[in-house]
Design a protein around this ligand. Sequence first.
Ligand SMILES: [Zn+2]
Length: 398
Amino acid sequence: MKKVDYKALSIILLVFIIPCFIYYSKYENIRNSIENNSITLFDENKAENKVNALLEENRDKELINNTSYEKFVYLSFKKDEIMTHFVVDIKTGEETTILNYVKEDKKTEFFNKIKELLYLKYPKFIASNLEGEEQILDVELLENELIIYYKGDSVEPKIEDQLLLHVNYNEVKDYLDFTLALDNKYENENGYHYNKNKKTVALTFDDGPNGEKTNRLLNILEENKAHATFFMVGNRMESGRDTILNVLNKGNEIGSHSYSHQNMKRMRLNDVIQGEKKTREIYKSITGKDLLYTRPPYGNITSQIKSNLDTIFINWNLDTEDWLHRDKDKIVNAVLKDIDDGDIILMHDSYDTTVEAVEELLPELYVRGYQVVSVSELATLKNITLEQHHLYYSLKEV
Ligand SMILES: [Zn+2]
């Protein structure tokens, strides 16, 4: 048997096989890199093809936006005031949504910020129904903001308006995987910024402060982005100090409802003046502020009181008779059947039925397009300067 020639074998190995192996490995690397490149190239084509296809499909519409961001192309079209938006991922060429470019580890922060802005803009009965990604219908990109459109089909009472939220890029830039223009002068949408062009009514509550009932009303007002004017009785103010401060802290206002709730028509002028003076002093000692308005008990004054008492008299033109019926539905219906722009509504924060009625009414008024505010806010929105020695029943635009 022939002996194996190890020497020759080593030479063969060194001269042929190893170089072949090295060459093949190099070739493999090159081949892989070519393949990878061609994958990228191919996908870029895919994205481009998709964008072209969308441009073609929507050519009956006006092209509003066709912008490439870091990771996607954003297209938006308009036809008959209806906007359509498309997002095409640059890597995959697939249609996707803006929400896929929220950084994976910042999703919670992003949605918490959106929630905060929703509650700033909308009353609770709406905002609480828009939380969560599944409520989002569409997202539009503008130069320095995104607009989130919501489904809102679970909002009760039903609202006709399209529910949407403008989110400035500054508010969410840390959470996004793409860049918009920064804009240092912006204001978030705020449900307390009342609008002169909307129907507006003043809500007023007499006979307080009424502790727990007044405080429940304050929460309901707050949840609905509404304000009210509370006409309070002077001799109840000391014991209702905390409630008074709470009324003011939540952006509402307070007027006088006389010192001891007597019918001013049956009082001597001097007693009326002294009672009002006492009420103002107590109020000032609690709040440091002056009382500007007076609602006479039962709405009763004489022309003598009107010309001699230095105050602005505020009555009402929509009486809910809540003190008489003490029936939630009757109070709600009394308002809904007669309400009109510029009305001043009379209620009393002394009854549970009134509190329940307001809770039902405020969302209903909101969906009907009404803003519910204090007397001062109503006067401002209607461009009316309230004057002393005048008696007002409503504040319709002049
Ligand atoms: Zn009263």
